[in-house]
Design a protein around this ligand. Structure first.
Ligand SMILES: Nc1nc2c(ncn2[C@@H]2O[C@H](COP(=O)(O)OP(=O)(O)OP(=O)(O)O)[C@@H](O)[C@H]2O)c(=O)[nH]1
Ligand SMILES: [Mg+2]
Length: 397
């Protein structure tokens, strides 16, 4: 399916139906009174988050979405029916902006999240609404209110915990295939991957996180080289970036250190916040160096020349060597950030345990008071009420 992550659409909610001015007319019923009903509400346009969708392609072909108008009111006390609503299903992770002001209207972050994009107009009042004791034959009626019309820009940013970043052929798709359930195309030519692929990594029965495999990024992407750099938006919601590098390039002239620097530069050009996100270095294709001494020297050399301070992982996505420690480290990192904040203890319980004495001392007091002034028994029934004359009342002296 075609992957589309940016579209502009128009939505129009329904207009409210007009109110009706009418009078009851029947044989032998003179002055039947007003019976014109109100108009119905126009249909709303909603957006609904759907985790089963992963592209905005449907909106590329259908650009305008109109809800139905409300029905007009009719005579004989008939109110108009409300217009049918329109529900637009969008992938989870969609950002909805006003196309003119660029202001964010909503972000769909959960499956089933429903928000109103355009509100339908209210129906007008029929003359029945205006009747009163002083105005018994009103002829007023009002037209319905117009529905909202909006031009919207939809942008999809996939929701993933971990993003894969690297030059083409670094082995990003091979890595996501090795650790998750995703099966993207893998080939030894650049730009095999053309759109983001998501994969769920299962660490335990109920422990998992989501990884996003992205197309390759190359130097000059900000000027449009390769596939450009706009797909980097899909990394903006991730918790950590895995910077994959082919540590043993086939071509002797290719320097992995220069490649890492080039990608970091492109990242900075696209978005400073993305550049400052936690980024882990993953040295891939180390199965090409079977000698442990040589391998160690290569890793050390790359890390030293990069002056890399963050975490470094040695990997072979093809043989799956080194994948387990990486997956566990990622899960620890992601689950720590996703964990709900620890709630402050309930103050009521703190007070109770700190001062137990006053509660005991105060306890007998109400019992004594109850003895001194016993409550008169409540009368069971109205018939049983006995009248006790009040001695202060002058009428009984
Ligand atoms: N020897 C070896 N080859 C690998 C390893 N990982 C990936 N490859 C090979 O490298 C080539 C490119 O792998 P991909 O996973 O398609 O690379 P990619 O980063 O997704 O590339 P693009 O989608 O084009 O950006 C394939 O031929 C893989 O078989 C590895 O750990 N060792
Ligand atoms: Mg790929």
């Amino acid at each position: 399916m075609k992957f589309v992550d940016e579209v502009t659409i128009d939505v129009a909610a329904g207009n409210g139906g007009a109110g009706c001015a009418s009078f009851r007319r029947e044989k032998f019923i003179p002055f039947g009174g007003p019976d014109g009903g109100n108009g119905g509400r126009g249909g709303h346009v909603y957006a609904l988050g759907d985790r089963n969708l992963n592209t905005l392609v449907d909106f590329r072909y259908t650009r305008r979405h109109d809800a139905r108008n409300g029905e007009s009111g009719r005579g004989s006390d008939q109110f108009g029916a409300a217009g049918e609503d329109v529900v637009l299903r969008m992938p989870v992770g969609t950002i909805i902006r006003d196309a003119e002001t660029e202001e964010i209207i909503a972000e769909l972050l959960e499956h089933g999240e429903k928000i109103v994009l355009a509100k339908g107009g209210d129906g007008g009042f029929g003359n029945l609404h205006f009747k009163s004791s002083t105005n018994r034959a009103p002829r007023q009626k009002t037209p319905g209110w117009p529905g909202e019309i909006k031009a919207l820009k939809l942008e999809l940013r996939v929701l993933a915990d971990v993003g894969l970043l690297g030059m083409p052929n670094a082995g990003k798709s091979t890595l996501i295939t090795a650790i998750s359930n995703a099966r993207p195309k893998i080939a030894d030519y650049p730009f095999t991957t053309l759109h983001p692929n998501l994969g769920v990594v299962r660490v335990g029965p109920s422990q998992s996180f989501v990884v996003a495999d992205l197309p390759g990024l190359i130097e000059g992407a900000s000027e449009g080289a390769g596939l450009g750099h706009l797909f980097l938006r899909h990394l903006q919601r991730t918790r950590v970036l895995l910077h994959l590098v082919d540590a043993v390039p086939f071509d002797e002239n290719v320097d992995p250190v220069a490649e890492v620097r080039a990608i970091a530069k492109e990242l900075k050009k696209y978005d400073k916040a993305l550049y400052e996100k936690p980024r882990w270095l993953v040295l891939n294709k180390l199965d090409m160096l079977p000698d442990p001494v040589e391998r160690k020297a290569r890793v050390k050399d790359i890390v030293r020349r990069l002056r890399w301070k963050g975490p470094v992982f040695e990997l072979s996505a093809l043989t799956r060597e080194g994948c387990d420690p990486l997956v566990h480290a990622l899960y620890d990192h992601v689950s720590k950030l996703n964990a709900p904040p620890i709630e402050a203890p309930d103050v009521r319980f703190i007070e109770e345990t700190a001062e137990p004495a006053p509660v005991e001392a105060a306890a007998p007091a109400p019992r004594r008071r109850a003895k001194a002034a016993p409550k008169p028994a409540a009368p069971k029934d109205d018939d049983e009420v006995t009248f006790v004359p009040d001695s202060d009342d002058p009428r009984f002296r």
